[in-house]
Write a new protein. Sequence first.
Length: 257
Amino acid sequence: MKAVILAGGLGTRISEETHLRPKPMLEIGGKPILWHILKTYSHHGIDEFVICCGYRGYVIKEYFANYFLHLSDVTFDLAANRMEVHRQEAEPWRVTLVDTGESTATGGRLKRVAEHLGEGPFCLTYGDGVGDVDITALLAFHRSHGKPATVTAVQPPGRYGSLLIEEGTTSVRGFDEKPQGDGHWINGGYFVLEPEVLELIEGDATTWEFEPLGSLARRGELEAFQHRGFWRPMDTLRDKTQLEELWASGKAPWKVW
């Protein structure tokens, strides 16, 4: 099975970091968030990836082209024009990088990589968030209901602290620094899809989250895999800082490998 990673957006909400590189290449613990996502999939036995590049996609291509340089010790013999790799580290990954255009919408990016997906089901996720999603269980759930699409539903934590006010009064009795959110389920990415869903994408301007998903929902062909564990997007500099702190603590919840 293959996993498609959407990695072509502009990342405007974290422009402090993305003016030189695409958001999936922003680092957590010295590794791009894209690397963390691939490690999660690989932990569950998925090692073939199709990455939809767009904005500054050459940065992603250069990263994988020079993967050994990033993770291994090397000796450069300049006279012989030779590089020797020491303590070689490599992942069992096969990575296809496709330029899907800078202004193409999410659905259009998926449509553009259709030729690389084969005939069976495939995974799809965003290149700017991490979580401890049990992909093995997700795949089993998808196979169990027999419908063409599964979306992972998550409940994000509240972004701001909340006051605990005694009912019927104006007295503050406490302050919750880490509220659990409002209880609503949202799209957390980590889709499993059958090839037939590609027929719902008209072209480059199609946003995956609008008409294709809406059409599937109206037909009763979209099921939700409810993930109650950790999930965080990297939308802002604050998000990036929090993820960095979790990684530095040695207790990053998404590090399942």
